[in-house]
Design a protein around this ligand. Structure first.
Ligand code: NCD
Length: 344
């Protein structure tokens, strides 16, 4: 595990990113994630000072978005990032009005759009592995002066599998902003750990770190996939599956809550009731048991039917999920610069 820190990414690590697809956390090493996080934090500072300063960084570049599943934060933070960098965005955000309804595959769509002078693609699709397969066709064709070079394809979420930019552009930079590190911390993942791709990416990213301990708290029906638990064990990472988050709360530094993904799995009513009763992050528990410095993250959206974290948690000092969602713009803008070799 060779570390470079979060201050400034060395040129040789920066160079690895030019033209690279961003598909899975498993494609990264520790230096890669540190480099992306350092760019996220530098970009956050630059945008905070004066977001208009970023306008020249990717002037004239074009982003194609292809979203076949609903999205608010991922698509809008990528679009906002691209606009702030001086680029433009177009694409498909409602598959019902695209040729997907006529049976076109994602690969064919990419082959066509590759010839429409896009410089990036951001893709969200319901099939696991689909973005990787589509990325094989993400290359400038003969009508472009860059013929043969790759057009970076970014996975904005493929089914329950992976959501790498949520981890490296949003979640991890928020942790580093607060603790200055990803190592030596106690992380707790709560609720739907089976279907939550943001959890899968984050936990796999932590394989490149030295967390003190990972807690997984979920109903048995929504447990963390076995392959991820096996990987934790193989990396010598201490972890425990617990029935109630309250028991671990006093030790936790990063509390990562999630939403039960009813669109991926039908849950019986009694289980829904149990989720509300047991897994909802409650303000009184946080007040009485959590460390003051603990941070509560959530990829959002919060489903108002499950109400977790409770709305009363929003005003506690530990609540960082809106700040986390705002980091998504800086993190993605930083990543886009990295993919085009633009130094901040
Ligand atoms: C998540 C997603 O789409 O995977 N949201 C996000 O991208 N911020 C989590 C979810 O849908 O619950």
């Amino acid at each position: 595990m060779v570390t470079i820190g979060f201050d400034k990414c060395p040129d040789e690590v920066y160079k690895r990113f030019e033209g690279r697809h961003i598909i899975s956390i498993r494609d990264f090493d520790r230096q890669d994630i540190e480099c992306i996080i350092s760019n996220a934090l530098s970009m956050a500072e630059l945008l905070k000072k004066d977001h208009r300063q970023a306008r020249h960084l990717l002037e004239g570049q074009r982003m194609g978005v292809i979203f076949y599943e609903p999205s608010t934060r991922t698509v809008l933070s990528f679009e906002t990032a691209m606009e702030l960098l001086g680029g433009s965005v177009s694409g498909i955000k409602d598959p019902k009005v695209s040729s997907a309804v006529k049976g076109e595959t994602l690969a064919d769509t990419i082959r066509v759009m590759a010839g429409y002078f896009y410089d990036f693609f951001v893709i969200r699709h319901y099939d696991e592995g689909s973005v990787r397969r589509a990325s094989e066709h993400s290359r400038y064709p003969a009508n472009n002066m860059n013929e043969g070079k790759t057009i970076p394809a970014i996975n904005g979420g493929d089914g329950s599998n992976q959501h790498p930019t949520q981890t490296v552009c949003t979640d991890m930079p928020t942790v580093v902003k607060h603790f200055g590190t990803l190592d030596g911390l106690v992380y707790l993942f709560n609720n739907d750990l089976k279907n939550g791709r943001t959890v899968h990416s984050f936990v796999e990213g932590l394989m490149l770190c030295k967390p003190k301990k990972l807690y997984f708290c979920s109903p048995t029906q929504l447990r963390t996939p076995e392959n991820i638990l096996r990987e934790c064990a193989a990396h010598g990472i201490a972890f425990e599956q617990i029935p109630r988050y309250e028991d671990a709360l006093p030790e936790v530094d990063v509390f990562y809550d999630t939403r039960p993904q009813l669109e991926r799995e039908q849950l019986p009513d009694d289980l829904k009731g149990k989720i509300r009763a047991v897994y909802t992050v409650r303000a009184d528990e946080i007040r009485s048991k959590a460390k003051k410095e603990m941070i509560i993250l959530h990829p959002l959206p919060r489903d108002s039917k499950f109400n977790s974290p409770e709305y009363a948690v929003d005003s506690l000092p530990q609540a960082r999920y809106f700040e986390q969602s705002h980091m998504g713009v800086a993190g993605r803008a930083g990543l886009l610069c990295l993919l085009k070799g633009v130094r901040l």
